[in-house]
Design a protein around this ligand. Structure first.
Ligand code: ZN
Length: 144
């Protein structure tokens, strides 16, 4: 499913595209950008930041979330978009899905797109976070 490119979605795309330009990705060679819109309307972009010790790598989605929390404190994510230079959009990895689950309800829209906006090669896949990551392990399980 590919929804219409609304102004709100285009703002996420533009923020992800801007952040992607700063990607530090000498190991994978893939520049990734992500953007989240949080409750209140603010948009935060992020890029992947790789590390020679691969486990130290941060994905663009987690960087965007960490930026938002460092600026605002408590956040609730309302929408997420991830972009890559691959022809087929890449969804968030499992690690990012778990982190997203900490700050987003299952109902939010989540989009993965390539960079070819405004061309016939543009692809964007959209779903809800709950469909992408059902039965998430959340803080509800840790209640005493
Ligand atoms: Zn990830």
């Amino acid at each position: 499913m590919s929804p219409a490119m609304t102004a709100a979605l285009k703002a996420l795309f533009d923020a992800a595209r801007r952040a992607r330009l700063n990607s530090y990705s000498p190991y994978s060679g893939h520049k990734i950008g992500a953007a989240i819109r949080v409750k209140g309307g603010q948009v935060f972009g992020g890029c992947n930041v790789e590390n020679s010790s691969y486990g130290g790598t941060n994905c663009a989605e987690r960087v965007a979330i960490q930026k938002a929390i460092s600026e605002l404190g408590q956040i609730e994510i309302e929408e997420i978009l991830v972009i890559t230079d691959a022809p087929n959009p890449w969804p968030p990895c499992g690690f990012c899905r778990q982190v997203i689950a900490e700050f987003a309800p299952a109902s939010i829209p989540i989009h993965a797109a390539n960079l070819a906006i405004d061309t016939p090669e543009f692809k964007m896949r959209s779903t809800t976070f709950g469909k992408l990551f059902p039965e998430a392990f959340t803080s509800d399980f840790l209640q005493k």
